[in-house]
Design a protein. Structure first.
Length: 381
C-alpha cells in the first residue's frame, strides 16, 4: 500500500474514532458567478468544518478553489461529459466510507450520483439531495420525467430550499412526501443595523442582481424601465450571462441605454447594495430569493415577482415590498414609480424588509442541516 493510501486510511480512521461525520458536498460547480446554489453550497461547506463535521466539496466542472479547503474540481468543461460517472466512482472508492453523508446539489449531479448508487457501486451512506429550483424543463417531456424519477429514487432525504420549492416538488412527485423537508436557504446578512437613506441630488438607483438568464426575465424589467424613463434614475444589473448582448440591444432599441448599466459580476455586493435605493427582481421562477434577502438586509424596498419561492419573503404585500406579475411591465413600472417618488415610503418599507431578512441568516440554515446530519449519525451508531 503506497503512502497516499495509508494517509487516507489514517485520516478516515481518525475521523471515525472521534465521531467526526464526513459530508461530501457534490455539485455541478462552485463558481460564485454562476448562481445562488453555488453560494449556498460554499457557505454550507465552510460552515460545517468544525469539531463534529468534516466537509469535502466536489465540483464536476471547472471551479475556482481559492480560499477553500478540502475542495476539489474534476475540471470537466461540461457537466454532461460521459466520463463524469467514472470520475465520481473513483472519488467514492478513494474517499467515501460507510456512514458518511453524500449531499448532492443540482442536475445532473443528482442523476450521476443516483445512477451509481442504484447500480450498487457506492458504499452504504446517507444520501441527501437539495432541490434548488421550483421548476425544470424536463417535467414537460416524457424522457425528462423518467430521468427525474431515476434521479430522486436513490436519496434518503430531499430538501427544498423554501416552502415553495418543497410544495412544488410535492405536487410534481407526491410519492416523495416521506423524504421531503424544508430548510430555508440562508444569506450572508452583512448589515447588522438598518440603513436610513437620505435625500440627495444623486440619481436614484434601481438594482437587480442575478445571472443574465431567461429565468431572471430581465427583458421585461428593461421594458418596465422604459415606461418610466422620464424619471431621473439609473437601473443597475449586477450579473453575467449569455443574454447580456441581447439585453443591451433591447435597451438601445427602447432608447434607454443611458439608464441601464451592466455592472458585470460583483464579488462583494455590500457597497452596491448600500448605494442602491430600490431592489427589483422579475424572475419567472425562483427556488429561493437569495439576492432578494440580501437586498432586504440592506434595507431596500423590494419589487418582487409574485411566484413560488419569492412571494413568501414578503409577509404583507405593500409592507416589506411589492409583489408584481413578472409578465406585466406596466404593473412593474407603476410600483417602481411609486417608490421613486416617495423617500419616506422607501425608508419605511426598507426598515420592514431589514427586520424580515433576519429570519434568513446563514447560521440558521447551517444549524438545520447539521441537525439533519446528526440525526443520521445517531441512527447509525
Amino acid at each position: 500500500m503506497d503512502a497516499e493510501k495509508l494517509a487516507i486510511l489514517a485520516e478516515k480512521t481518525l475521523e471515525k474514532d472521534n465521531s467526526i461525520m464526513v459530508v461530501h458536498q457534490i455539485i455541478n460547480d462552485y463558481d460564485l458567478s454562476r448562481g445562488g446554489a453555488q453560494r449556498i453550497v460554499r457557505l454550507l461547506h465552510t460552515g460545517l468544518n468544525d469539531d463534529k463535521f468534516s466537509s469535502r466539496l466536489i465540483g464536476l466542472s471547472s471551479s475556482p478553489t481559492q480560499e477553500l479547503t478540502q475542495a476539489e474540481s474534476f475540471g470537466f468543461s461540461s457537466v454532461y461529459n460521459w466520463k463524469i460517472p467514472f470520475s465520481l466512482y473513483r472519488y467514492f472508492r478513494k474517499n467515501v466510507s460507510e456512514g458518511d453523508v453524500v449531499h448532492a446539489h443540482l442536475f445532473p449531479t443528482v442523476f450521476h450520483v443516483s445512477v451509481l448508487k442504484q447500480l450498487g457501486l457506492l458504499p452504504t451512506c446517507t444520501f441527501i439531495y437539495t432541490q434548488h429550483s421550483t421548476s425544470n424543463r424536463r417535467r414537460n417531456k416524457w424522457w425528462g420525467r423518467m430521468i427525474d424519477s431515476i434521479s430522486y429514487k436513490a436519496y434518503d432525504h430531499i430538501v427544498g430550499i423554501s416552502h415553495g420549492t418543497t410544495s412544488s416538488l410535492l405536487s410534481w412527485k407526491p410519492e416523495l412526501e416521506e423524504k421531503l423537508l424544508t430548510i430555508n436557504n440562508g444569506a450572508d446578512l452583512n448589515f447588522s443595523e438598518p440603513i436610513s437613506r437620505k435625500s440627495s441630488d444623486c440619481k436614484l438607483k434601481i438594482l437587480s442582481v442575478g445571472r443574465l438568464h431567461r429565468s431572471k426575465n430581465y427583458a421585461t424589467a428593461i421594458r418596465a424601465i422604459a415606461l418610466i424613463k422620464d424619471v431621473d434614475f439609473e437601473f443597475q444589473i449586477a450579473g453575467i450571462g449569455p443574454l447580456q448582448k441581447d439585453l443591451m440591444e433591447l435597451a438601445k432599441e427602447l432608447k434607454i441605454s443611458d439608464k441601464v448599466k451592466f455592472l458585470g459580476y460583483v464579488p462583494d455586493l455590500s457597497d452596491t447594495l448600500r448605494s442602491a435605493d430600490i431592489f427589483l427582481l422579475t424572475s419567472t421562477w425562483e427556488g429561493f430569493g437569495l439576492a432578494a434577502v440580501e437586498a432586504m438586509n440592506a434595507s431596500l424596498p423590494c419589487v418582487l415577482s409574485d411566484v413560488i419561492g419569492l412571494r413568501e419573503l414578503i409577509q404583507t404585500d405593500g409592507h416589506e415590498g411589492y409583489l408584481i406579475d413578472p409578465e406585466n411591465p406596466q404593473e412593474i413600472a407603476e410600483k417602481l414609480k411609486l417608490l421613486t417618488a416617495d423617500l419616506e415610503n422607501r425608508n419605511r418599507m426598507g426598515l420592514l424588509a431589514f427586520n424580515r431578512s433576519k429570519s434568513y441568516g446563514v447560521g440558521e440554515m447551517i444549524k438545520k442541516y447539521t441537525e439533519l446530519y446528526k440525526k443520521e449519525l445517531v441512527g447509525s451508531q
